[in-house]
Structures are given as C-alpha cells and as structure tokens.
Design a protein around this ligand. Structure first.
Ligand code: GDP
Ligand code: IMO
Ligand code: MG
Length: 452
C-alpha cells in the first residue's frame, strides 16, 4: 500500500514541514488535505529557508506532484502570493501542482468575521486565531448556503450566487455594531471590486484547478507513493482536540481520508511528529507551560516565534499524556522527535507522564477543557546533557542522556522513535535503524503504553 502520513501530535509547529520535505525523496505525490493559510511550514536546505503555507512542502523537489485537496480552505490571494514568491526564487510550480475544485474559498468577509469574533467565546478568553478567515470559511462550508468552492468561480451562474452571498454578508455586518476590518475602518463589502478581484484570481489559478479526488484515486490504484502532509496538530482537531481552543478542521490523523478524498485503507505508515518539548500559540490550556527561565530557554534556543503571525510561542515540558492520546487517536506507527538539540544545556529535563485533576491521578487526556485547565502535571525528571547535538548524525553518537530521553518518550507513547531531528536543516536528521528497531510497526503489534 502506498500512503504515508505526517501528523503533528501537539498544538502545531512540530516541524512537519522539515519532515515532509525529507520524506518527499521517497514519494511521488505530496498531499495537503486540511487547514489553510493558518499553517506555516518551514524547510531549511543548503543555507536557504523556505516558508510554506498552503503549498505542500514537497514543492521544493522537482520530480514530485503537489496536490491541495478539497479539505483545504483556500485563500486565493495567499496561494498566488506563495506561488509568486517561490517562482521568484527559481522553484517551478507549473506542471507540479494541482488544486481541488472542491476546496472552499476564503473571501475578505471571512477574514473580517475571524477578527471580529475571536475573543467572543463565553468566558471572554480569545482562541487567538491566526486571523486568516479559517473558522468563518469552514462555518460557511458546513452551513452551505453562503459557501463558495473553487470550481464555482468558473461557472456561468457564479455572479448571481456571489451577489446573493455579498448581500447577506452586508446585512450581517450592518447589524454588528462596531464591526471594523484589519485597518480599524468600518467593514465595507464592495461587491464589484471583490468580484473583479476574484475573477482575476480564478484566471491565475485556472491551470492548477481540477478534480483532485479523481487524480488521487487513480494514483493510489496505480500504486503511486503518496505522502500526506498534516497541517496544525492533533490537539487542535475540531472534534478531538482541546475544544474550543482548536482550529476548524480535523487536524489529527482522522482527517486524512475525509480531507483528501483517499480512503484510509491506502495509508500504511503514520508518522507522529512531536517536538522534544511542547509549544502552543494562541489561547487555551497547556498544563506543562513554563512561564519562567525554562520557558525562555526553550523559546530562545528553539526560536519559538510563530511562522504565520510571529507571535511568541508558549513553551513547556513534553506532555506525554497529551501526545499519547493523539498518537493513539491518529493511529501512529512511529515517532519523529524534532528539535532535540534545543534541550541541550539543561541540568535536568521533565516529562509529564500523568496529571492530577481535583486531587485524582489521571492518565487519560481529559475531554473537557475545564478539566485540562485544572490539570497539574505529574513529572518524571531525567538528567539533561550539555553537549551540542547539531552535528550529530548517528543515533549512537547522541549523549547517553538524550538516548534515555528518547527511549522514555517512545515508551510512554507506546511507539518507537524512528527519526530524530537536531537542527532545522535537512541534513540535521538522524534515522534510527539500530538492530531490532522496526521502522513501521503494524497497528496490531503496538505495545501497550508503559503506564496504561
Ligand atoms: P510546522 O508548522 O510543523 O512545519 O513547523 P514550523 O515550521 O512552524 O516550526 C518549526 C520550526 O523549527 C521551524 O523554524 C524549523 O526551521 C525549526 N526546526 C525544525 N527542526 C528543527 C530542529 O531539529 N532543531 C531546531 N533547532 N529547529 C528545528
Ligand atoms: P502549522 O501547520 C500552530 C492555532 C492558532 C489558534 C488556533 C485557531 O504551522 O502547525 P485558526 O486560525 O486556525 O482558527 O486558529 O489554532 N493554529 C496553529 N498553531 N501551528 C499551526 O499550523 C496553527 N494553525 C492554527 O494559533 O490558537
Ligand atoms: Mg508552523
């Protein structure tokens, strides 16, 4: 079977982009199947840094096809900017990228709604969205009557549909006192201008737009090797994450089939990506957050500032309760532990292996966000290491402390660590193929979590 997926097991930014770029070498098609321009994936190679958002990280290789499927919410302005940016740096896009005609289109009103509504949760705490119109676009998709799919832009009756939607949105904004756009001015939806703009976008994107379901189903049936690039992280999954502090798509492994249009039976390798510690951008509980010198160490050494919004990321110890939950939820076979180098220089390192909630020890990740808010981490402490890891290329050459730390993460999550990253560059990667190590364990052979 030909499918591999790369799924972030935390709150996003686990370095999925780096891993996808590496794994692209052994795949023919890279598929982005959820989220939108809220994602920011970084690839570093030969001294050059690439920031990708809607376009799959496979685009940097020449012999690979990149597919953006119908599960994605597509901001045409963002994707065109990304195409222009890549082309100006010599990356060929034509003939290498397909975009689904089923992808839902982000309009300026979605971005305005996103900015207006964030912070209006009951309780007043903001989700801290990326402000890219993601939630409002998915909301219109589910609501159906105000939704536009990319394929609609090429239909003769689109203008009628468009005018109807704009009229409705205008009434919505008129009833929203104090509704202002990004620039602080009252939101005005000039239907003629927006229509003309989107018609231009449609022309620009025309060569890429097709039925990607048909393309991908043909590809898997022909035995082609597919790599699915997750966006966000499983803890941000709309159904299974830390609701309501989540994104609006199924960002865990459960979203791969519905988002891509490729049945799960074609996927035979699921790689769960974790940072060697935890980060989170935006609101919501994060039990292992360290608002102290440790948090600072992680933020500064890991350069933990958002790729999309440049916000400082919240940093803390590795949360094995959360990652074990998302590893199971996503059907993970093996683990990639990224940014291990960031932990060098600490005398001791902590791993959260359980929580105490209202005085009770809990090993399952709580389903209600209020319980997570009250979760006090139970930590195991392991010795740190001082050595710089950035030049290490073999598992055997890692310091003893780092090996023990990796082994404990694998044990707590019940999956083997098969890939370790010690720096942002493609080359700074360790493939762990020590004797007895299974690269991909069949699901039924997963060992039980160590403390289940
Ligand atoms: P993604 O959204 O999951 O693709 O991750 P991001 O690109 O948003 O964030 C990961 C950050 O870590 C990027 O700045 C990467 O260049 C960087 N990075 C990736 N792997 C490593 C690593 O092993 N060590 C260090 N220090 N940085 C890394
Ligand atoms: P990648 O793919 C980290 C977070 C936002 C916010 C919440 C909802 O780079 O890992 P949204 O704009 O989606 O409605 O915001 O989700 N978020 C991310 N955090 N990495 C991401 O993507 C994220 N995409 C969304 O910060 O808390
Ligand atoms: Mg990111």
């Amino acid at each position: 079977m030909p499918g591999t997926c790369v799924i972030g097991l935390q709150w996003g930014d686990e370095a999925k982009g780096k891993l996808v770029d590496i794994l692209t070498e052994e795949n023919e098609i890279v598929v982005r199947y959820a989220g939108g321009a809220n994602a920011g994936h970084t690839v570093v190679s030969e001294g050059q840094t690439w920031k990708l958002s809607l376009i799959p990280s496979g685009i940097l290789r020449d012999d690979v096809i990149c597919v953006v499927t119908g599960g994605v919410v597509l901001d045409p302005a963002s994707v065109i900017k990304e195409i222009d940016g890549l082309e100006s740096r010599g990356v060929r896009i034509n003939g290498k990228m397909l975009i689904s005609d089923r992808a839902h289109v982000v309009f300026p009103w979605h971005i305005a709604e996103d900015r207006l509504l964030d912070g209006s949760l009951s309780g007043g705490e903001a989700i801290g969205t990326t402000g890219r119109g993601i939630g409002p676009c998915y909301r219109d998709k589910v609501g159906r009557s105000l939704a536009v799919r990319l394929g609609d832009l090429y239909r003769d009756d689109f203008r009628t549909k468009f005018d109807h939607i704009v009229e409705f949105k205008k009434r919505l904004f008129a009833g929203w006192t104090g509704a202002t756009g990004q620039d602080g001015k009252a939101i005005e939806l000039d239907s003629a201008t927006i229509y003309a703009q989107y018609m231009q976008y449609a022309e620009r994107l025309r060569p890429f737009v097709c039925d990607t379901n048909a393309y991908l189903l043909d590809a898997v049936e022909a035995g082609k090797k597919l790599l699915f690039e997750g966006a966000q992280g499983a803890l941000l999954d709309i159904d299974h994450g830390t609701f309501p502090f989540v994104t609006s798509s199924n960002s865990s492994g459960l979203g791969v089939a519905s988002g891509s249009g490729v049945p799960g039976r074609w996927i035979d390798r699921v790689i769960g990506v974790v940072k060697a510690y935890s980060t989170r951008v935006g609101g919501g509980p994060m039990p292992t957050e360290q608002v102290n010198a440790i948090g600072e160490h992680l933020r500064e050494r890991g350069r933990e500032y958002g790729t999309v919004t440049m916000r400082p990321r919240r940093c803390g110890w590795f949360d094995a309760v959360a990652a074990r939950y998302t590893a199971r939820l996503s059907g993970v076979d093996e683990l990639a532990v990224m940014l291990l180098d960031v932990l060098s220089g600490l005398d001791e390192i902590k791993i959260c292996s359980a929580y105490t909630i209202n005085g009770k020890r809990v090993e399952q990740f709580p389903s209600h966000v209020d319980d997570l808010k009250h979760a006090v981490p139970v930590y195991e402490t392991v010795p740190g290491w001082q050595e710089d890891l950035s030049a290490v290329r073999r598992y055997d050459d890692l310091p003893q402390g780092a090996k023990k730390y990796l082994a404990r993460i694998g044990e707590l999550l019940g999956r083997p660590v098969s890939i370790v990253s010690v720096g942002p560059d493609r080359a700074q990667t360790i493939f762990c193929d020590w004797p007895g190590q299974k690269k991909s364990w069949p699901r039924h052979q997963h060992p039980a979590p160590a403390n289940a």
